[in-house]
Structure formats: C-alpha cells, structure tokens
Design a protein around this ligand. Sequence first.
Ligand code: FES
Length: 112
Amino acid sequence: MIAEWLDIGPVDQLPALGARTLPVQGGEEIAIFRTANGQVYALINKCPHKHGPLSQGIVHDTTVTCPLHNWRISLLTGEALGEDKGCVPVIPVKIDGGSILIGRREALQGMA
Ligand code: FES
C-alpha cells in the first residue's frame, strides 16, 4: 500500500523563518516554510505572479514575500494578499515524531 504521507526529513533541520525546497521528479518543486512560532507549511515553489521562487522569500507570520516583486502570499491558503490576485497550490503538512510529512497526492499532482 502506498502511504498517504511522504516523510521529507526532520523538522529540526528547518530553522524558524527558514525555507527549503523539495524537488518532485516530473512535477513542480515544493517550498517548505517554517514560521517564527514553529509551524510548517508547504506551497508549490512558484509565485502566482511570474513564478518567482517563493522559497527565497521572507517569511513573516503566516505569509511569505516573493523575492521578485514583493507580492505577499498566504502560507495558509496560497492566495496573494492585498491588491494582488492569484493563488498557488498548498500542500498539506503534518509533523509526526519530529519529521515533516507532506501529502503525497498533492505533492505529486503536478505530475503529468
Ligand atoms: S514573481 Fe512573485 S511577485 Fe512577481
């Protein structure tokens, strides 16, 4: 049976306010973020504006600011905030036994 969740490594290796990327073979790269209070979120690593690498943005509360043109994207919904319109897919995350798990189906949905 294929597990529903993919273990992508220890949460300890992701510093608060940090981000890392996870390549998905044949699919879209995923960006994993950790907030100041230790929550972990994952989005497809593509800004809804012009595909800027969100993993290189600045995390503030539950938003990330795109490094290219400063759109603010919600880590909760993937939606652009403020005047900007657009949305990037959110990948479900849970922490189990100190490991970060992400939803397998959602992680692989970018695959053809
Ligand atoms: S590509 Fe992200 S704000 Fe333009």
